[in-house]
Design a protein around this ligand. Sequence first.
Ligand code: SAM
Length: 275
Amino acid sequence: MAALDGLPPLRDVIQRHGLDARKALGQNFLLDLNLTQKVARTAGSLEGVTVFEVGPGPGGLTRAILALGAKKVIAVERDSRCLPALAEIADHYPGRLDVIEGDALKTDFATLAANDPVKIIANLPYNVGTQLLVNWLLPPQWPPFWQSLTLMFQKEVGQRIVAQEDDDHYGRLGVLCGWRTQAHMAFDISPQAFTPPPKVTSTVVHLTPKENPIPCAVDKLERVTQAAFGQRRKMLRQSLKPLGGEGLLLKADIDPQRRAETLSVEEFCRLANCL
Ligand code: SAM
């Protein structure tokens, strides 16, 4: 892809701008431009789409997104050292890359969305990735401002996102994702693909919003899943005691002897709606 966009190889960019990776910022850079293109392609067509990217770093994924035809990229990066490298990409694609220096956890993405369709694509910093995902899943209004999320996580987090009942990885995150989205793991990326290599395999997860999720109040669903999975090995009549225990379960037509990990998303919604 260096030839495709005419920009210098990422290794040179990193060296020239002194971007030695910092662990505290979750910096594991993806330098293989074929791989960054594969990640960006997972989001489907980018024609006419505004892409929000979290943590562009030296810009490998950003370059792939722009080369694949996104109308615009709005990227939020916390590390000011990356800004000169990103400015070079912005010069190469005039008017198509806006970089916001800041903390993605404090960024109001919904208000950044203008009228264009929005897709979110990111190689997320591992320390804030799950929280960002949850923030994008929780808005009271649904469907949300985004058309899809294409996100890179540690594989174990990816497994929790796509997990369904009777799966060891099933928990609060799986219920939340399964309630409002269709989620699947697209492909894995080995540690060696990153600089520096992380300890574990990564995975790319693609999520699209369900148009009509089961009607249910987010806060109630959170209360039920928190209590149920907080004591996941116990029977629900025990773990849900603070919320009404057996009475609540019978009202929702659920056997009080069952355990959290056996309940479908639909059954969790039923419980929440009986609170
Ligand atoms: N996108 C680049 C890539 O694929 O090579 C870098 C990905 S690296 C895993 C995570 C990036 O997120 C780093 O550039 C880091 O500085 C940035 N970052 C970390 N915490 C952040 C935060 N709270 N808000 C915005 N960016 C953050």
